[in-house]
Design a protein around this ligand. Sequence first.
Ligand code: C5P
Length: 299
Amino acid sequence: MRTRCEIWAPAKLNLGLSVLGRRMDGYHDILTRFVAVDLYDQLVFTRRISGGVSLHLQDVSAGVRPEGFPLDEGNLILKAVRLVERETGIRASLSVSIRKAIPIAAGLGGGSADAAAALLAMTRLYDIRVSRQELGAWGSQLGADIPFFLGESAALGRGRGDELSPIALFRQWWVILVTPPVFVSAKDVYGDLRLTLGAKAANFDDCRDREGFLAALRRSHNDLEAVVLRRAPEILLWQGRLREQGAAGVFVSGSGPTVFGVYMNQPPEETVQSLRGGGTGARVVVARPVTTPLALVVQ
Ligand code: C5P
């Protein structure tokens, strides 16, 4: 058995999200295109003889506000460890150190990515024989986005977003992610959907080549966007600024507040710096799609 496991957990984007209806379990049935991008939380899990499980926030990138990141049982990493303990009867003793680069509660799936990393780390550190698919089914009890991070790096999500089918994706593009410093609750956004239900479903056609990808961008939209905009109107300004820079598409990710522009060429440094200026407090990051969702760092 290993004693140390390092995992890079990426952020996800939703390239289009249609809400199809309410479910009996309090969730909504959705159809979305998930894509993992190279903005990573780095997690190191170290097994120890005793002492239970402790979390250590090592480093927080500028603009990532750690207030929403509890270091106790409320943290999804700990919930994931407890879930594996229940499923297997193992009692874990672990130290987990986290370098947080994905903005918290931002629509980028950071908490879910960290939880998926914890599930995978547990299987490595305690030699648990379970498929990624089964691990995903365990994870879906904690959050609808978690199974995506245990599967392929681009996928269509159905149901709560946890019924996944991999998609072939054109990958020669960049995104500028802007996360304004506002808190928008996913639960509230979904709960306030009256105005957008019944909207035309986004296009989820094949986007394996450049033309298909551009056509899919033109026809994609996020049904949650109108609700997010009402709660955080400054996103409208950011959408305008991202379009001015020549974005092929501008979308809100998940239930926001992150908004991103898709570019077919690498955005120049001056563009990024100008978006960072002005003291808005927004986190502005350039990212690219990746081919592996959770990257195990081999030692
Ligand atoms: O699964 P997760 O904890 O990320 O979801 C946060 C909240 O977002 C849920 O409690 C639910 O209110 C809402 N949600 C939803 N339908 C989905 C995904 C999330 O209503 N498919």
